[in-house]
Ligand binder design. Structure first.
Ligand SMILES: [Zn+2]
Length: 205
């Protein structure tokens, strides 16, 4: 792609770093911004920059938050004895939308994936295991996507905590293996949390 302006080229290059955005789409977006009043671009860049600098991760569950302890963890009406283990904030949002779960979450920040060089120590697993060891947790619900990486991650955590007095369950999904949690429809997802099954039953031994 030949550019008549270095400034334009830089903007397109940066924009095309985003997932799913190729050079052509990046160019279209940048040209769109050039046609808009400058305030629009300022508002966008400021929102992104402020978020990047000020956003926090909840010190208990690692959910993205504006304060140290997220709204869910600090809500006295939530049941802190049940923790739903999820991959990222999109899963928290999807499950919250179902209004079927009143416990707390633990956001791992990904799944164990040797192919991508992601091991257990790259994820927020230790803090979860510590919560179980402290004895306040009665049930862990695994709600990772049912991919090989999701299963590996569930099993790794299960092995770490199986000797402690905690019940483990997994959400019973009516969606096919490999579907990502965030795409499950709300009713199916809500039902799958209510009808969760003991984790041991999900092991294919
Ligand atoms: Zn939290």
């Amino acid at each position: 792609m030949e550019f008549s302006s270095k400034l334009l080229e830089n903007a397109v290059n940066e924009m095309s770093q985003l997932p799913g955005i190729g050079k052509r789409t990046a160019l279209r977006l940048v040209l769109h911004m050039l046609r808009q009043p400058k305030e629009h671009t300022n508002a966008l860049t400021e929102a992104l920059s402020t978020m990047r600098h000020q956003v926090k991760f909840c010190k208990s569950c690692n959910n993205i938050s504006d304060v140290e302890l997220c709204e869910i963890c600090s809500n006295p009406n939530r049941n802190e004895e049940i923790i739903c283990v999820v991959e990222d904030i999109r899963d928290v949002m999807a499950i919250e939308n179902t209004s079927s779960f009143k416990g707390l979450y633990h956001v791992l920040g990904g799944k164990i994936s040797p192919m991508d060089g992601i091991g257990p120590h790259d994820l927020n697993i230790e803090t979860l295991v510590n919560k179980v060891k402290e004895g306040k947790v009665k049930e862990l619900i695994f709600a990772l996507s049912s991919t090989m990486e999701g299963d590996t991650t569930n099993f790794y955590i299960y092995r770490q905590i199986q000797d402690y007095n905690v019940f483990t369950s997994t959400i019973a999904r009516g969606i096919s293996v490999g579907d990502e949690l965030e795409y499950a429809d709300e009713i199916t997802l809500g039902r799958s949390i209510v009808n969760r099954i003991p984790f041991e039953n999900s092991l294919k031994i």
